[in-house]
Design a protein around this ligand. Structure first.
Ligand code: MG
Ligand code: MG
Length: 274
């Protein structure tokens, strides 16, 4: 999310608040799974948006992004070279496309916010690798979200796995964020940086960690719709996002990809960053 929309103070959550947040975050995962069940070539991203909004409202939530600083839709749907903040459209998806679907839900006063990049049909090997490495980098970052570490440790772990090891571009203009009663709270959680730098992590912080990783260069373009962010070289970009409660005992992931991965029939191997 763009820097200028942040609430400028870290809001620490009580255990009770974290449990309320977990419900919002899990509902985001369930909403994603509803999409994963039906997503295929020929569908339009506007149809995805309609499905998402209906499911959120049927489950007592409010789409967090709708009207957020004027954003006109319930979801951000970014196809291929669109990085984030894309508008749903009436163009049918094709085999080989990827779509980054970002969903936010406000329920019982707290937001959940989670993004996932889906492959439509068979995608190229290099795109498959981009999706795999980006998802892996998310877990590399999550693993650092523990009391006593710093934001820079999360940032470094993500950059290391994507840019340094795999030559991808880490987007600089957009960052992860604190999450709670507001959709974007301090601290900012960049996907690049130095180990041991920035804010110290403490129990009660809830962070939306969200690598936005380009297959090519890190630079992006902003469309004149005021929202859509594209890669400068028009190569594809991937986006995965989890909401994580920092605890003394390590990261507690409040959101979930389990139901999405069940639909996608993907098994995740988390061994690379330990
Ligand atoms: Mg998001
Ligand atoms: Mg976010």
């Amino acid at each position: 999310m763009f820097y200028n929309y942040f609430i400028k103070m870290i809001q620490y959550k009580t255990k009770e608040e974290v449990e309320i947040m977990r419900q919002s975050c899990l509902l985001v995962g369930k909403t994603h799974a509803e999409v994963a069940k039906v997503l295929k070539a020929g569908m339009t991203t506007m149809e995805v948006n309609i499905l998402v909004e209906a499911f959120i409202r049927d489950n007592g939530g409010i789409p967090s992004f709708l009207n957020y600083h004027g954003f006109p839709y319930a979801t951000c749907i970014s196809v291929n070279d669109a990085v984030v903040h894309g508008f749903p459209s009436n163009t049918p998806l094709k085999d080989g496309d990827i779509i980054s679907l970002d969903i936010g839900i406000l329920k019982n006063g707290f937001h959940g916010d989670s993004a996932y990049t889906y492959a439509i049909g068979e995608v190229s090997e290099e795109v498959k690798k981009l999706l795999r490495i980006t998802k892996e980098s998310l877990y590399c970052g999550v693993e650092k979200a523990r009391q006593g570490n710093r934001i820079g440790d999360i940032a470094f772990a993500i950059q290391e796995h994507t840019e340094k090891k795999n030559g991808y571009g880490v987007v600089r203009d957009l960052v992860g964020h604190g999450l709670g009663r507001s959709l974007h709270e301090d601290p900012q959680v960049p996907n690049y940086g130095k180990r041991g730098s920035k804010e110290k992590l403490k129990e009660g912080m809830v962070l939306a960690i969200e690598p936005m990783i380009n297959m090519g260069v890190k630079e992006v373009l902003h469309l004149d719709d005021g929202w859509t962010v594209l890669t400068k070289d028009r190569k594809p970009s991937a986006h995965f996002e989890h909401d994580v409660h920092v605890t003394k005992h390590g990261p507690d992931i409040l959101s979930s990809f389990d139901e999405i991965e069940k639909e996608e029939k993907i098994n995740v191997n988390l061994s690379w960053c330990y």
